[in-house]
Design a protein around this ligand. Structure first.
Ligand code: HEC
Ligand code: HEC
Length: 391
């Protein structure tokens, strides 16, 4: 009896040692990227005039194949975290349209993120980032999760540069992307921004004009009776990008990576999820009294893949989301004016008082709306090798 226990104990300890040993070293030992295949990251999607107007590519970080390719390696490299366990791709997973399937995600040392991980979709065409819209440049954005103590925990980004310099393939890849082998925090952010910008989604059944009968009816309801398209607008079914932004609109970024043009905080709204929000959203950034519970209007491209939903991942399914709009919108003082009954019925905004709208979406209408949302899924994005794990 004693012997068995001892054997079991030794076995368990050995397992534990191997396990913890592996956890620490394995990712690094196996980090040999396949560099033989090169991809074209240029996207024709953005030739569309509407999308081009919102292109946020700065003059000084144009998208190149070498830059995006380097960005891809960095995106999948767990060395970007303090203990080599968490990569960008740990939370932004290709199979879930670069979101994940958790309400909040796991960062370094079992820390949870504060908000739901958003999908990365057509970020080239977005004017502001994060759920509260607090950052207006992808070059700035991509540096933040590395430093965030919950996400990747590498608060000193120059330590990261030192960490990558001895890795055999990185100096050469930095030379290809930026003309010299120097690895700096700014270049890491720029390469990541290029890769993130290259993730374009434009091949859904809706894009290809292949809607089922139900999806067509759902589309009519989305833009007509239920006016979802009032907020989920444009090519991305999200907040509209700002015009005159990026190189085509004459925009640029300063040395800190921030847009020199953007002064407003657009595209955020309170949809009455709560009467008292535990996360103040945009208000915590702007200090504007009337922006409590304001969050970004997310793109609905690939939304069928990105459950759970909302800034805190509170809704498990699209059906739950539609139930909210149907009959659960709360009378929050900062509720989007459009969601008051009178305004909604008239299709334009007249007042910010009264009762929240009750859309009373029927079971059949719900099913049709969901069929339309499902038709925004771009399957090709999920398997495109140029966005896949290179290691
Ligand atoms: C531990 C999970 C986690 C990791 C690791 C992570 N992210 Fe995120 N990411 C998030 C969460 C959560 C948000 C939303 C945060 C918020 O709104 O406050 C986010 C937001 C973003 C956004 C903004 C998307 C939008 O449309 O607003 C981009 C782009 C992004 N991350 C890229 C990256 C990159 C690049 C890396 C690696 C350097 C990375 N993320 C690492 C969880 C993560
Ligand atoms: C007044 C503007 C507005 C209207 C109208 C609106 N939405 Fe939204 N929608 C938002 C905002 C803002 C969010 C994010 C809210 C949050 O997380 O706090 C959102 C979130 C969503 C999400 C979750 C997406 C994700 O990635 O988590 C879905 C799905 C959605 N809306 C579908 C719809 C449908 C379907 C309709 C019509 C029945 C609709 N919306 C009408 C503003 C709006």
């Amino acid at each position: 009896m004693k012997k068995i226990t001892l054997t079991a104990f030794v076995a368990a300890m050995t397992g534990l040692l191997i396990f913890t040993g592996c956890q620490k070293d394995a990712p690094l030992k196996t980090l040999n990227p396949n560099l033989s295949q090169s991809y074209s990251y240029n996207t024709t999607f953005y030739q569309n005039a509407l999308m081009r107007g919102g292109d946020n590519t700065p003059f000084n970080n144009q998208l190149t194949d070498a830059g995006a390719n380097l960005g891809r390696l960095l995106f999948y490299d767990p060395r970007l975290s303090i203990n080599n366990t968490v990569a960008c791709a740990s939370c932004h997973k290709q199979q879930f349209a670069f979101a994940d399937n958790l309400p909040v995600s796991n960062g370094v040392n079992n820390n949870k993120t504060i908000r739901n991980t958003p999908a990365i979709i057509n970020a080239m065409n977005k004017s502001v980032f994060f759920w509260d819209g607090r950052v207006n440049s992808l070059e700035t954005q991509t540096g933040l999760p590395i430093q965030n103590h919950r996400e990747m925990g590498l608060e000193q980004t120059d330590v990261l540069a030192q960490k990558l310099t001895p890795v055999s393939y990185y100096p050469g890849l930095f030379t290809q992307a930026f003309g010299s082998p120097d690895i700096t925090p700014a270049r890491i952010s720029m390469a990541l921004a290029q890769f993130v910008r290259s993730i374009a989604s434009s091949q859904s059944p809706n894009d290809l004009g292949m809607l089922s009968g139900d999806a067509q009816k759902g589309q009519t309801l989305f833009f007509g009776k239920f006016q979802c398209g009032h907020c989920h607008t444009g090519e991305n079914f999200g907040g509209a990008p700002l015009p005159n932004f990026g190189p085509y609109g004459g925009g640029t970024i300063d040395s800190g990576g921030n847009s020199t043009q953007l002064t407003v905080m657009p595209n955020t709204s309170n949809i009455g999820l709560d009467v008292v929000y535990s996360d103040q959203g945009t208000q915590a950034i702007t200090g504007v009294k009337t922006q409590n519970g304001y969050f970004i209007i997310p793109s609905l491209r690939n939304v069928a893949l990105t459950a759970p939903y909302m800034h805190d991942g509170r809704f498990a399914t699209l059906s739950d989301v539609i139930d909210h709009y149907s009959n659960s919108i709360m009378a929050h003082p900062d509720l989007d004016p459009f969601l008051y009954q009178t305004n909604f019925a008239q299709g334009f905004v007249t007042s910010s008082t009264g009762q929240p709208v009750r859309m009373n979406i029927s079971t059949q209408e719900k099913q049709q709306l969901i069929a339309f949302l499902n038709a925004l899924t771009d399957q090709s994005l999920l398997t495109d090798p140029k966005f896949s794990n290179p290691f």
